[in-house]
Design a protein. Structure first.
Length: 235
């Protein structure tokens, strides 16, 4: 099993990983920056859906280093994008739930593949740093999709200053934008308190995200320092 994971990581490092990871990082940053800006100028457009689609395409590209991984990512990603468009055209709740599940599946799969590469790497490089940032942002995106899915299944799972967060036909991206904000506030343990989970399962996911965010940063930084110091001692 360990040799299999090392093989995946080594193939990832040897096939233009920095460019692929840079593409994914750009799409994630674009989502975070462009989403609130787009809300100012076009509040009723499906801006979250459009930007999420870009992230999903980048996630497919980043998994192109090995055939079976690319096949899995491609199938799930294309299915997710197709169902997203169907959901937008039909305004169907089951289609939205299916698209959320598929998008979550691709993002989670990509996170695990990239996290494995970070664990297996033996030296600090630009790709290691870019990949590490991508994994951190992907954690936030994965939990965002979990929160969006929970809200789709049960509106009111999250409360925003006394009001239930739910999808609005007037602005179909507003609830996703708020949950994206809440996810990264939780990941970084800022905890402003304006949005709160309103069910047991939501509370458990929120706790899990806060723990993962803190543990990942601690372990990732320690890993980088350890690799750097080890390399200097060898030199």
């Amino acid at each position: 099993m360990m040799s299999f994971l090392r093989t995946i990581a080594h193939r990832d490092e040897g096939t233009g990983a920095l460019g692929r990871h840079g593409t994914l990082l750009t799409s994630l940053i674009l989502l975070l920056v462009a989403l609130p800006i787009a809300q100012m100028f076009s509040g009723s457009t499906p801006r979250f859906t459009i930007l999420l689609t870009l992230v999903l395409v980048s996630a497919i590209v980043v998994n192109s280093h090995q055939r079976w991984i690319f096949t899995v990512a491609g199938v799930v990603g294309v299915a997710a994008i197709a169902v997203i468009f169907v959901a937008e055209l039909t305004n169907s709740a089951p289609a939205r739930i299916a698209s959320d599940v598929l998008a979550l599946g691709l993002l989670s799969f990509t996170t695990l593949v990239m996290l494995n590469s970070l664990i297996q790497t033996e030296e600090v490089s630009n790709d290691t740093i870019v990949g590490g940032i991508c994994v951190y942002l992907l954690f936030g995106m994965c939990f965002t999709m979990v929160f969006v899915l929970l809200t789709e299944i049960q509106p009111g799972t999250f409360i925003d200053v006394g009001e239930a967060i739910a999808r609005s036909d007037a602005d179909p991206s507003l609830h996703s934008t708020r949950l994206l904000y809440f996810s990264f506030v939780t990941l970084t343990t800022l905890g402003y308190g304006d949005i709160t989970p309103n069910s047991d399962i939501a509370q458990m996911f929120v706790v899990a995200e806060a723990l993962i965010g803190q543990l990942y940063l601690t372990i990732f930084v320690a890993r980088l320092v350890g690799l750097y110091v080890g390399k200097r001692h060898i030199a």
